[in-house]
Design a protein around this ligand. Sequence first.
Ligand code: G1P
Length: 303
Amino acid sequence: MIQSHPRISKAVIPAAGLGTRFLPATKATPKEMLPVVDKPAIQYVVEEAVAAGLDDVLMVTGRNKRPLEDHFDRNYELESALEKKGDADRLAKVQESSDLATIHYVRQGDPRGLGHAVLCAAPHVGDEPFAVLLGDDLIDPRDPLLRRMIEVQEQHGGSVVALMEVAPEQIHLYGSAAVETTEDSDVVRVSGLVEKPEAADAPSNYAIIGRYVLDPAVFGVLRQTEPGRGGEIQLTDALQQLAADEKIGGPVHGVVFKGRRYDTGDRGDYLRAIVRLACEREDLGPEFRTWLRRYVTEEMQER
Ligand code: G1P
């Protein structure tokens, strides 16, 4: 009998972080709600999941995250005000986020790390492969990474991580993967993983960027995973277990991403992401680029 793979339909988005790097903005506002141009960062991530065919989204949230639920819910008051005004464009913008996907929420309670956040998704996900998207990484919709990862998972089974080559001095910010080539130039076999190693100890310059397609066996492993780096339960450590013993949940592969990725995790990167995205927007871009060019040539020379 031919075994048919269940279609991957669930996306898990961990969103319980405190966002301390953005204080005071994140004192009362979740960092996921910070606008990237004119859309909250989290909306780009949900849109990416939906574009990859994942229409069941679980957000793992924590305290102070109510604005997230409100953002993806209807806002009748605002909608009727815009309707009365006949402002169809803005009405569409308001409705966009609530029409995107079915969104579920679970609370993490204790913030015990990314691995623990993913474990909180176990009852919702059940026994099927699923995707994890981290909100600090925005992937340009023109470079569909997640769809390719799902394809690779369907081909090989097991789990798939997104990898990107970074400069050696950057690798300590990421999970780093030991890899072997495969017959597909954009796919590698992952033989080991280390969470945020020093450059000298890194198995390679392949960094995990925040996209994963995981075999549900990861839940069993996470339950046994001791706190690792930073005293937190690390998803990377659980994936290392899977990579080391294929019998647990199949192989681990990596899709090497060469497309456009915007990091919104720290303030400098966040500013760069906004400038890059604003420059590329059809509506804002032309005027903004003209201003930016002038600003760089004239104003910056005076400093
Ligand atoms: C997490 C993961 C790390 C990964 C990174 C990607 O770290 O633990 O392995 O490389 O996301 O953004 P964080 O940035 O949440 O500390």
